[in-house]
Design a protein around this ligand. Structure first.
Ligand code: SF4
Length: 413
């Protein structure tokens, strides 16, 4: 009898297993159509040679973050020479740059493949005429009204932001903080940073401080060390977070010296912004490995962007690759209605569909929280597909990830 039971169980398990394998097939097929890693890396190496032929620099220079920063590409003719842009394309870039500045690190530009117009890297980096379309606000979050001290943004009871610089390795075309970027690279002055720290010191309910910008890791090692040290020694500050896109756009910034600083002030949480699987390269992996080995806890805050990552399988691939480089997918932000970025916006339904396509189909570790920021700085709203069909004092009727309806007791024991 027992043997018959075992055989039946095995039979059922095999059937279920077959079903699950079938569910995985469309994604497997998607993966099989992607270029392999060797081909991608060969393309990046070719592009790097083209860049070096135009702007110069040795291999040693290439791995130096200060050289990368100094040699950011911000002239349409230089970009044109590297990518083979038409005169019209260069004129369009010049037109946009009269309104919004742009700059691309040589490293990030090396990730643009031959079909540059369709490259998710190019689209995030190179000005587009649609940025000049009307609509949107420069400050949809009313951040200007939430700054009780220089460099400080405070929207929540127990945490706040210190903005230390307006400089970034690249000026992302979808930037949600465009109004901070301004016309020139500018770090906050020592006095303003000191006043921000003083504000934190005087508000003992603040237990979590996010250092961001611009890009927080574009501060010098010395300034960063000084700021972290001051915050670390405030007894009520339990954790420090750093917002940076350098692991994506300037991984050379993550030097052993920087990691020695990070290591001194645990726990440090670092949130970065990978938006597309092609941004995960051997260099960005090394940057994340170094940060993880210095004790930093890494999370990713992707922005959902039309034409970049608004397809469910792209997001799944991104999240899987992030986990492999020790970065936990944390948030997917719905793009805010920021002036000059409307062409990147998706619908909320598209974001929800992406979450539904992840939930259950892959591990919970690879399912970030989808966030809509309430206009006017009223806070984050997490959204997820509705799994509650009905709930009362006796029972809850719930839907599983495959759409099965189940009923469970909701009575107090
Ligand atoms: S790195 Fe961040 S702050 Fe800087 S331009 Fe890109 S999105 Fe904006």
């Amino acid at each position: 009898m027992r043997e018959t039971g075992d055989i039946n169980n095995r039979h059922q398990s095999l059937l279920r297993s077959r079903q699950l394998s079938d569910d995985a097939q469309p994604y497997q097929q998607f993966l099989s159509q992607l270029p392999d890693e060797k081909t991608i890396q060969a393309g990046i190496a070719r592009r790097r040679l083209q860049i070096q032929a135009v702007i110069g620099g040795t291999d040693q220079d290439w791995s130096n973050w200060k050289w990368q920063l100094k040699h950011r590409i911000r002239d349409s003719r230089i970009l044109g020479q590297i990518l083979g842009l038409t005169q019209l394309e260069m004129r369009r870039i010049d037109r946009v740059s009269q309104v919004y500045r742009w700059a691309i690190s040589p490293y990030y530009l090396s990730l643009v493949d031959e079909d540059y117009e369709n490259s998710p890297i190019y689209r995030q980096a190179v000005p587009d005429l649609r940025e000049l379309l009307p609509g949107g606000s420069l400050d949809p979050m009313n951040e200007a009204l939430t700054s009780p001290a220089p460099c400080v943004t405070r929207r929540y009871p127990d945490r706040l932001i210190i903005n230390v610089t307006n400089q970034c390795a690249m000026y992302c075309r979808h930037c949600q903080r465009r109004r901070n970027i301004g016309e020139h690279d500018l770090h906050a002055c020592r006095e303003d940073i000191a006043r921000a720290v003083e504000y934190v010191a005087q508000n003992r309910e603040v237990r979590d401080v996010l250092i961001t910008g611009g890009d927080a890791l574009l501060l010098s090692d010395r300034m960063l060390d000084m700021l972290l040290n001051k915050l670390y020694h405030l007894p009520h500050v339990e954790i420090i977070r750093i917002g940076t896109r350098t692991p994506v756009t300037l991984p050379q910034r993550i030097t052993p010296e920087l990691c020695d600083i990070i290591r001194k002030y645990p726990p440090i949480y670092i949130n970065t912004q990978f938006n597309h699987p092609l941004e995960i390269t051997p260099e960005s992996k090394q940057a994340c490995d170094r940060l993880a080995e210095a004790g930093a806890i890494l999370g990713n805050q992707a922005v959902l962007l039309r034409g970049i990552n608004d397809r469910p399988y792209i997001m799944r691939r991104l999240n899987h690759k992030l986990l492999k480089i020790r970065v936990r997918p944390y948030y997917i932000f719905h793009a805010k209605d920021v002036k000059g970025t409307r062409h990147f916006q998706t619908t909320i339904q598209e974001g929800m569909d992406i979450i539904a396509s992840l939930r259950g189909h892959t591990s919970g570790m690879a399912v970030p929280t989808y966030i809509v920021n309430a206009p006017g700085g009223l806070g984050k709203i997490p959204l997820m597909p509705n799994h509650i069909m009905h709930m009362d004092a006796d029972k809850a009727v719930l839907m599983t990830w495959e759409g099965n309806i189940v009923e469970i007791s909701n009575k107090k024991a």
